[in-house]
Design a protein around this ligand. Structure first.
Ligand code: SF4
Length: 353
């Protein structure tokens, strides 16, 4: 039997009474936006808090990776391709957008395979695809490498910054006491499966629920978490069973690991986390843009006064940033969390009323 949304809200309120503070972290940009869009914090009891973690793929891309993107995109013979949100991420005094304005050939794509078509249409030039994101986008990048390899398109390469969620969450949430539960990302879970989040109860000793993105689905997942807290149980419950299976999308995972393998990765706000990234396997290393272009590793300063790094760790909320809504808005963004349509600062700003 499916309960109505009011029953779910009343259930949360009843179970939360006298429970003490419960802070639930969500780690998906779409969750962050849905939570703000539906005004969910305003209907939760005051002892139940939702905070955002490292769930926005643009936001977690490290400053040194953005710098590498700029240095490659700034080369004469390069056509640099990326998703739209990356264009305005600031890096020192520049961004991909400022390079584009200065005449560099930077093109937006909606799929990695668009980059392959651009490479085929421009055989005399080097095409680079800026691969960002988690397990949701990495299989698409793998499909690009597979197609380039099969079709013998050699003038394409990948600036690969893919990351994997479980390792980062384990590093972030181990041994801390501030976050009491996890709202697991439905999109990532649809690829790697609900079982991939079993480590949350088993290793971190925290309750968790895999959630969808509608108001009802998020509230039902919160209710399940509060119920687990109320009865002192730790478990990871799949509250998105119509989309997420226990084992996920095996074909997508197999494709991803056929072309990539685990590697250490650097996350904005979290630093280097062991085996939390994906690098190209040796057989496909010739598609690695970092091997193809000579660039010097550099790490420009984070934007001044920007606390994106702390927001991504769940230490702060966007409205605690002195620049939020003043000189930092979606039209004049200072940091990636305001630039990205999935960023926490953008969500807080867009739904601030
Ligand atoms: S409001 Fe702007 S400056 Fe502040 S943390 Fe967010 S992106 Fe950075």
């Amino acid at each position: 039997m499916r309960y109505g949304i009011e029953d779910v809200i009343n259930g949360i309120r009843a179970l939360a009474e006298g429970l003490g503070d419960v802070t639930i972290m969500e780690v998906c940009g779409t969750h962050t936006h849905s939570i703000r869009r539906f005004g969910i914090p305003s209907i939760l009891p005051s002892n139940i808090k939702l905070v955002s973690g490292p769930g926005c793929p643009v936001c977690v891309t490290a400053q040194e990776d953005i710098a590498a993107a700029l240095d490659i995109a700034d080369q004469e013979d390069v056509i640099f391709t990326c998703f739209g949100d990356m264009m305005r991420v600031p890096c020192g005094n520049a961004s991909l957008y400022s390079l584009y304005e200065s005449g560099r050939d930077i093109r937006l794509v909606t799929s990695p395979l668009d980059a392959l078509e651009i490479a085929k249409a421009n055989p005399g030039r080097q095409v680079v695809y800026f691969a960002i994101g988690f397990e949701t986008t990495a299989p698409h990048t793998a499909a690009l490498i597979e197609a380039a390899n099969n079709q013998k398109v050699e003038n394409i390469s990948i600036l690969n910054t893919h990351k994997t969620m479980p390792q980062a969450l384990q590093a972030l949430l181990s041994g801390q006491k501030k976050i009491n539960a996890l709202l697991c990302p439905g999109h990532v879970a649809s690829v790697i499966g609900a079982n991939a989040f079993r480590f949350v109860p088993e290793k971190l000793n925290l309750p968790a629920a895999v959630s969808g993105f509608e108001a009802y689905e998020i509230l039902a997942a919160v209710l399940k978490i509060i119920e687990l807290c109320r009865y002192n149980r730790v478990d990871c419950v799949n509250m998105y069973p119509g989309v997420v299976t226990a084992d996920g999308n095996r074909r997508a995972v197999e494709l991803m690991y056929r072309f990539m393998e685990p590697a250490d990765a650097v996350w904005r706000g979290l630093g280097i986390i062991k085996k939390s990234g994906l690098k190209l396997r040796r057989e496909y290393a010739r598609f690695d843009a970092l091997a193809r272009f000579e660039i010097t590793h550099r790490k420009p300063e984070e934007p001044k006064g920007c606390i994106c790094a702390r927001i991504l760790r769940g230490d702060k909320t966007p409205d605690e940033c002195a620049r939020f809504g003043k000189d930092c808005t979606p039209d004049t963004p200072f940091g990636p969390c305001m630039v990205s349509s999935e960023g926490s600062c953008a969500a807080y700003y867009q739904y601030r009323d």
